[in-house]
Design a protein around this ligand. Sequence first.
Ligand SMILES: [Zn+2]
Length: 425
Amino acid sequence: MENIGHGGKEIVERIMPKDAALKRLAEMKAAKAKVLDVRLQLATEVIDIAYGFFSPLEGFMTKADVESVCNNMTLADGKTVWSIPIVFDISDDELKKSGIKQYDEVLLTYTGNPFAIFDVTDIFTLDKKEVAMKVYGTTEDKHPGVKRTYEYQDKFLGGKITLINPPKIKEPFTRFWLTPKQMRERFKEKGWEMIINHQTRNVPHTGHEWLMKGAYLGAYGSMMVDKPRGGVLVNAIIGEKRAGDYIDEAIILCQEAQGKHGYFREDIFLTTCSLWDMRYAGPREAVFHACLRTNLGCTHHMFGRDHAGVGSYYDPYDAHRIFNKLPKGSLNITPIFNLDWWFCPVCDEVTYMGLCGHKDKKASFSGTLIRSIIQDGVKPPRRIFRPEVFDLIMECAEKYGFGSPFVNEQYLKNRQPVFTIEPLK
Ligand SMILES: [Zn+2]
């Protein structure tokens, strides 16, 4: 077996070839199969399941899986680590209206076009408050993950998914979205055996750049100069946005620019994206990110300060500590824990919490500072932002962000979709 993913199992790929899909679709139509049109949130996860981003999941979770994830942080098999429920919700009304019953084969459509087949094996309810408490450690709906949980409809469907109509990824994301199998092929072409993942939702300033460089040196200091056998993979998370986030186009293009302009050698650097709606589950989300990147073929994963956290719900280093609590050998990826990088005027360089002795003089790369620099639009010192990256942020603001590199109402309403499902014919 090649392509081994999370849980030591082969990467799931549940895609029906086009001819078979057309035939199946005709049969389902003739048999008057039940049809459900899904929203973007669910369509995104159908794609993730079908291409193996969520391996070994083959479908949406059953009640047994969700309960085990909440209580033990494993799937129902009791041993495969999994930290976040992946569920398909449906309202009572819609369930009744559709007439869906256990063991039905349901045709899923997205924007009205045939999309996937859903073998429904479980129909269940959940105590959303309990799920919130166990996954997010809070029941406050100010927490975006909790809010998402409370907004789920009252019934849930579990069962396997088969994609019959692949998504069309839109510009400028097309060249960045690689399935787990494509990602592994790319690593093979590059001759990479060691792949260090950097998870991001940011445009990169030099603090991020050094975070990656530090992880690279830490993981790979002994690499020979002639033939690099590994590199840094930036895997940007593209999904639901909140006002004030960076726009997806700026994130992905500016990350790529670090390689294009030589801040990383191009043969040790690759920028890609995956589709995922951040849950901001802090430590549990860190574990999820580790599973996702195992499926992409990564060998190492960076975890920074307050990884995937929000507000003050988690201690900044909870997302590091959780890895010590997992059974040995339950993850096939090595975590790299990053402390803070900052600018030190005494050292006169970007430096590291674990190195610099002028803590009281440090200038942190705080979100507020970086944001105000970008909002001013005046080119900052290259020590903070690489000039090519900064120019590109401004360009993306004009081209994709309706004048701003930050998500606003107008962007949320009018942005280009990341993917579409076209008619199947
Ligand atoms: Zn210093």
